[in-house]
Design a protein around this ligand. Sequence first.
Ligand SMILES: Nc1ncnc2c1ncn2[C@@H]1O[C@H](COP(=O)(O)OP(=O)(O)OP(=O)(O)O)[C@@H](O)[C@H]1O
Ligand SMILES: [Mg+2]
Length: 457
Amino acid sequence: MKKLSVKLGVLFFIIIFGLITFMFFFLHNEIADSRIEEELQNLQSRGNSHRAILEKNFNDEMIDHVVLMESESNTDVVITNNSGEVLDSSAPFDTFKKYIEVPLSSIPRDGQVVEEKWNQEPYVATVSPIQINHEVTGYVYMFQDTVSFRSLIQKLNEHFLISGWISVVFTMVIIIFLSKGITKPLIKMKEATSQISKGNFSVSLPKTSDDELGDLANSIELLANDLNYLKQERNEFLASISHELRTPLTYIKGYADIVRKRNLPKEESNKYLTIIVEETNRLATLIKELFELAKLDQNSFIIEKEMIDLNKFFTKIDQRFSPIFNEKQMEFTMNCQQNLFLKADPLRLEQIIFNLLDNSMKYSANGAKISLMTWKNKNEIHIAIKDNGKGIPEKDLPYIFNRFYRVDKSRTRSLGGTGLGLAIVKELINAHGAEIVVKSKENIGTEFELIFKEEKK
Ligand SMILES: Nc1ncnc2c1ncn2[C@@H]1O[C@H](COP(=O)(O)OP(=O)(O)OP(=O)(O)O)[C@@H](O)[C@H]1O
Ligand SMILES: [Mg+2]
């Protein structure tokens, strides 16, 4: 059995069928018992009322009268004296003989049932004692044919059988609809997932319910959208990489051909060779950065956090950068709050600061002012790097952290940018659980602010 709907249906059916059978069986027995009980009580009370009449006048005339009454009904009476001798009966006495032979010890005033096995015996019987002056003077035996009992039960059985069949048919119909209703969305989802695995991400599933099945359908749609987005992003990324790799290679090949084929004066061929070296360096950097990003993507790099004394840390950075700033006549100021400690990976933090300072230098004219500030605000440690360079146009701001995104492609190329620096910064910031905010105005300047949550230990 492969189909879920069939499995579910059969399971439901077995459970419900079992329940119905049990309930019907129970109900049938209850009804049958109470109906038979009722019939026996009727018989007993009929005997009791004959007894009441006979107690008033226990003579032949009254006995005849009672027997006459019973000969016209579907019940029978036998009247005996206190020693069990039959005084009169409404039908041939032989039929009832064996019930009367039962020794009659103490019979309650309200009488008792002598025979109740309606499904074995031809008659059921009751007896009522006739008491005159507190002494038993005779007995009234009442008999009823058990054929009527059997036909009563047979009718009851027929009713139960009909209603049993009706419930079975109804149950089956309901189960078929119900199991189909449950499995239909599942089948749709299965089809959708096999479409996704074939690469068709444009699946849409009907929003039928807000239960777990509905949630599952939503998750599948979300998964398809995410996969679609990832696929597109990967394609774009691969296209960008191949483009980025091709450009320096074209330069290298072009200039190498020139140097090889033409007989150039030494000075000129040196110029071209320098370009080849520069482009080769660019390629090497690009590949290194791509490798870095791939590692970040896989989360295979480890962040080794330690307490960093920010003052010491930035003094070192200052020492490393000041020759470059001097060369470009840039003014670099540092403003660090005293005794500020940050828990972070020092190498990665250096990489972040290095990228941001590198950008500030690259995208600012000679003589620009660059500043670095650190401060603590509540439980956050802020590091800001600000320049008064060319700034970033507002329309480009949302994209600068994307891979290979450069505002001015041709100009930044001449500055050696690959457009990966900020993408790496962003990944590293995320890995630290920190935040990066950028504010920039074209021709006024740019400020990058890093916000770290303070970790005490
Ligand atoms: N301080 C800044 N001032 C002006 N523009 C900036 C600044 N920082 C970044 N940008 C813009 O954002 C783009 C993306 O920066 P990013 O650091 O990612 O790449 P890149 O500097 O071009 O290349 P790479 O850092 O990989 O060498 C830059 O090309 C530049 O246009
Ligand atoms: Mg950069």
